[in-house]
Design a protein. Structure first.
Length: 202
């Protein structure tokens, strides 16, 4: 009983009767400031203006095959200079030189084709057929470049330590993505025959 009386006296001594004082509830954190819209230059489009071409046409004018073919040539040239057989670098062999020269010539022709198609797009000219030609030729040249430079590497070209091994596998997909080579050939033939009054379907 004495213990209960002492406890009741302690409670009566607290402010507000015997109840414990309530702690103030924590204030909610201030709302995070809204992120401001990023102000900057818009990404340049392939063809400005309201008469913009569909993205599927713009996607064909790509630098991927061109850059990939250049990378394959660079890898092949570097290997031909560094790798030695029969008392000297294999770059001294005429067969290797032919591989390098043929690949370089095809790359320059592809560069002119891609730049011309991009110029047509920038100036607002129709470029559907040219885009398909660039896509078709670019994928074929890139694959041939990887194939020839793999031949320069010889058996080393199948080893993952060399970049040409990955290029040879990856460049095969260029004939498929952004429209297969077969559909590009159809688009080219369709536009040519359409000018002569003949409509064709795939």
């Amino acid at each position: 009983m004495a213990h209960r009386r002492d406890l009741s006296r302690r409670r009566r001594g607290r402010p507000g009767g015997g109840a414990r004082p309530r702690r103030p509830s924590p204030r909610p954190p201030p709302a995070a400031p809204r992120a401001r819209a990023r102000v900057g230059r818009a990404r340049p489009s392939l063809r400005p203006g309201p008469a913009r071409r569909p993205r599927r046409e713009a996607g064909r004018v790509r630098l991927g095959p061109l850059g990939g073919a250049e990378a394959a040539l660079e890898a092949g040239v570097q290997f031909a200079i560094e790798h030695e057989e029969f008392g000297g670098p294999i770059a001294l062999k005429q067969a290797i030189q032919n591989f390098i020269a043929d690949t370089a010539a095809e790359i320059e022709s592809l560069r002119c084709l891609v730049y011309h198609t991009a110029w047509l797009a920038d100036t607002g000219e129709p470029y559907s057929r040219d885009a398909s030609i660039a896509k078709l030729v670019g994928s074929e040249i890139a694959m041939r470049a990887a194939n020839k430079m793999l031949q320069v590497h010889g058996g080393f070209g199948y080893m993952k330590e060399y970049a040409i091994e990955r290029m040879y596998r990856d460049f095969r997909a260029l004939r498929i993505v952004e429209g297969t080579s077969e559909i590009q050939r159809f688009i080219i033939a369709r536009d040519i025959l359409k000018e002569k009054g003949l409509a064709i379907r795939p």
